[in-house]
Design a protein around this ligand. Structure first.
Ligand code: GTP
Ligand code: MG
Length: 291
């Protein structure tokens, strides 16, 4: 039996549901998803293994016009995903048609590999709006397969998975068949903490924050985790900590519970808050943080 394998890269505007789709395709919550934009900051692989196939999915940051070095590096990760795709998934929603995404359309139009446009969040709009969106995408990218979808509710997700397997080239697996991602547990733990920061704090705080897991010790009964939360200003640190430390305790409890669910183990979690005004522009720091 021939084995098929390849890279299926998910690219689109912020908040379209790219990470939700990756989780739906994998059938488990691997990456964080959030109503706020720019949740995903890295290219993250999620690997779906079957007896005769391996799909290496890439979740990517939403496409934006970068304003600082961290965002430039995020867009570099997106561009890399354009280059090595065996199949390209352009994910959008009814709010973002081809006219709003001309850069993406142009790049997708030049691709030599199969392209599908996924118009996500069908559950939020009426039939007419959805029809219009599908027609305009098909006109903009005639060679693409255009699919209405709901990543959140799983609508058309199994059909998409089957179609993707058929598009893959014959190739041996790229990764061991029991591997789910290219990232380690520490990375996902830091992402869960960042997700809780997005949830608990507004305005610029989530966008000024970076989370680094500095210690991860597995004991028989418990995992002991220490993490730095880096913010850009003393005022942000004060908000994060809150009156008598209450905000930080709430964050800690929410993050600990989510990490316990993810690891299936009891967790002890401790934060250290640091202030570093320039981390988003600092090439060395960004390198250390994995950008
Ligand atoms: N109603 C509805 N909401 C959805 C659907 N898919 C995703 N969402 C929601 O849309 C929001 C954004 O989802 P994400 O998966 O984080 O979007 P993303 O494209 O990865 O966003 P970035 O990482 O910020 O670029 C979340 O609140 C999801 O629950 C869907 O099919 N229907
Ligand atoms: Mg995302």
């Amino acid at each position: 039996m021939a084995h098929r394998a390849g890279y299926v890269n998910i690219i689109g505007p912020p908040n379209a549901g790219k990470s939700t789709l990756l989780n739906a395709l994998l059938g488990e919550k691997l990456v964080i998803t959030n109503p706020k934009a720019q949740t995903t900051r890295h290219r993250i692989l999620g690997i779906l293994n079957g007896d005769d196939h391996q799909i290496v999915f890439s979740d990517t940051p939403g496409v934006i016009e970068p304003r600082y070095e961290m965002q430039r590096r995020m867009m570099r990760a997106v561009n890399e995903a354009f280059r090595d795709a065996d199949v390209l998934l352009i994910m959008s929603d009814p709010e973002h048609g081809p006219d709003q995404l001309t850069g993406l359309v142009e790049k997708a139009g030049r691709m030599q590999v199969p392209v599908a446009v996924l118009v996500n969040k069908v559950d939020l709009v009426g039939q007419d709006r959805m029809e219009q969106a599908l027609v305009s995408w098909q006109a903009a990218l005639p060679q693409a397969k255009v699919v209405p979808l709901s990543a959140l509710h799983g609508f058309h997700v199994p059909e998409l998975r089957d179609w993707l397997v058929r598009q893959l080239p014959e190739h041996p697996p790229y990764f061991p068949k029991d591997q789910l991602s290219d990232r380690h547990l520490r990375f996902f733990v830091a992402e869960i903490i960042r997700d809780k920061i997005l949830e608990h704090f507004s305005d610029e705080i989530p966008y000024s924050s970076e989370v680094v897991v500095t210690s991860f010790q597995e004991e028989p009964e418990i995992v002991r985790i220490e993490a730095d939360i880096v913010v850009m200003r003393e005022g942000q640190k004060a908000i994060l900590i809150g009156h008598e430390g209450r905000a930080l305790r709430r964050l800690g409890t929410a993050a600990r519970k989510a990490i316990e669910d993810f690891l299936g183990m009891k967790v002890f979690l401790r934060f250290h808050i640091k202030v570093d005004e320039g981390w988003r522009e600092d090439a060395d720091k960004l390198g250390q943080y994995g950008y």
